[in-house]
Ligand binder design. Sequence first.
Ligand SMILES: [Zn+2]
Length: 158
Amino acid sequence: MTTLKLIGYWREKEAFTKPYNPSTMIQKGGIVDPDYWRDPSTDIYPWPGHLIDNTWWNIHPNETKEKVIAYLENGIPCNYYRGFSGCRLCEETLSSFERSDGVWCWPNKFEHYIRVHGIRIPEKFLEDILLGRNIDLKENFSCGSIPVDPSDWITWSH
Ligand SMILES: [Zn+2]
């Protein structure tokens, strides 16, 4: 089975004030530090605020941005989860599943970050979108739980 290149995953906060240490986060009297519920495994992902780049989008004509957004909205749904994610930068509730084009995989509503916040995306992904490389989906791609690899996304965003 193909492994999809996962993009659009974020850390929980831009920065935490202290290292994650669950054993010290519940104090006497049952007071729980809100950071107790954080997921340290997401610390490898970028913060979307660091990818806001309207200059980058200004280089590309408007129709390119619209094409990217339409492409993201039309990916094939896959990889469903129980909880809904929220936008890291505003109050918007986003989604609980992913979409894919057979090569890349992104959270449903990922386009929110482009449309509303102006984040840039990996050049390789943009190139694939504009050349229409990966869309060959309906026959050989079925919904389900598909393995993903975020390493390109992490490398690109750091
Ligand atoms: Zn937002």
